[in-house]
Write a protein that binds this ligand. Sequence first.
Ligand code: M6R
Length: 614
Amino acid sequence: MCGIIGYIGNRDAYSILMKGLQRLEYRGYDSAGIALINPNNELYVYKAKGKVSDLEQYVKDKDVSGTLGIAHTRWATHGEPNDVNAHPHYSQSENLALIHNGIIENYAILKAELMKHDYKFVSSTDTEVLVQFIEYLKTIHNTDLVTAVQMALSQVVGAYAIAILEKGNPDRIIAARKSSPLVVGIGNDEYFLASDATPIVEYTNQVIYLDDNEIAVIRRHEGVKIVSISNVEKSPQIQRLSLQLSELEKGGYPHFMLKEIFEQPATLRTCMSGRINLEANNVALSGIIDNKEKFLKARRIIISACGTSWHAGQVAMYLIEELCRIPVTVEYSSEFRYRKSILYKDDIVIVISQSGETADTLAAAQMAKQQGAFLYGICNVVGSSIPRLTDAGSYTHVGPEIGVASTKAFSAQITVLILMALNIAREKATISEERFLTLVKALNDIPNKMKKTLQLNDYIKDFAKIFTYARNFIYMGRGYNFPVALEGALKLKEISYIHAEGYPAAEMKHGPIALIDNEMPVVVIATNKGTYEKIASNIQEIKARKGKVIAIVTEGDQMVKSISDYCIEIPETEECLVPLVASIPLQLLAYHIAVIKGHNVDQPRNLAKSVTVE
Ligand code: M6R
């Protein structure tokens, strides 16, 4: 959460920083701010509640000159979103300005200590405490700023990516990270700094990903020096970005979310490319092949993730247990990391994360690694923190997902998990050759089925109008479709702000059925495999209580169609692949309801794309 950006070079810093903030706005969008050092070596800070566009309005008649600056877009943790709590924060003397992504957990103790030394605070943030603390250490130890930053960070508990400007020092930015991402871009005699590569790619494809406890000292005309908090100099590892600028544009769609829903047939092809070989009847995921023995010996697999990625993990539980006969548990990372979990050396822990930066999943991964489990990552953002920590893994390769509501990342996570399961099952001989080939062919055909399903867009758009009145929604599914129900409910609540819950359909009668009345829309995923007859009975139970049933059924369905109020027909596929197709109408339904209600679907309230605080 929170996006940070910095620039030092020969160009006008303001326009680069503002454009960069817009690219980073998906990380947080409740307030924004900028600090610049102008040609007279004066340090200016401007901040405004609201979006980056509000900041732009605010600075319209202000001095924004200079070739050095830092900027921030915020997702509030400490202190409500307002002008004062927005970053950058000044130190007491106003000699330092600092931006921060993360949480300083021991800020209250530090603040109390600083107050004893007459430090005054204007904001409610932990960030202001950090900048004051740095200044305090610099003053009492009469030291340079880099040393003061090192001293401060060695006493700070928590997570941070920070960038600091110092008045009177127009040729330097100091940045540091621990558990929050930070990338340095190296241009032609110019340097960039950002929470991710999206604002940098326009200018350079040479980047350095900072590691935990590293400080980057970026000097005009001199370059980047990396030192650790304990002052050990490191040699920077320059990497080449493969990101394309066009991937960061809406490409004619009104929202990134709709673009990303429609991209799914193509992103799935990319995700499967080089991993499925139809001619050779083979599936090969290098992370599995390279660690075959580990998977063959695994006593169990534990999956840890949050949100949508957790739902993909739920699909994987059904898949891996069915195809590979390995027991699987799926954990919320936030619970798993703090539970006194028992892990064995022949356990495999799979962490799933689109961003690769989710704080709870990262911490769960660290915990699993410390306990000696083999750690496998499924992530989308190349070079992010989780893939750098894991023993092995697979990228989903769907390109940047910018809409806060995850769509194409979800389908690609499931695809990678299917490829994994097929790969392991064949190695373990827990699948017949015939079944293996049937599933591989069916998986290869999923992008076509997705294309066909996307043709329902106009129908679903019309249909969405009927339900904008609703204050609650229930989603039901069984087997592989239970996680689809959970994901459908999550999509609806996060962008339409309608309360929605997902249930395993048979669980309804153990309590939730009390909620059903003639105003309750119930979305049921009732495709024609698995427990189809059983879910048809569950639908009858809902109808008997006058609930409004919206059924997702297989093309040509008769029975469920005849007892439902509304029906969406999707192409038939193998049971374990249905989530890939069935989640599309649910994504579209949530999207259109939210648009009709006039919400900002790409940046829904209170949310951020990358949850780097716990
Ligand atoms: O980047 P991650 O996959 O680790 O993110 C996990 C969740 O924060 C994320 O899936 C969230 O639930 C999405 N907003 C769902 O659409």
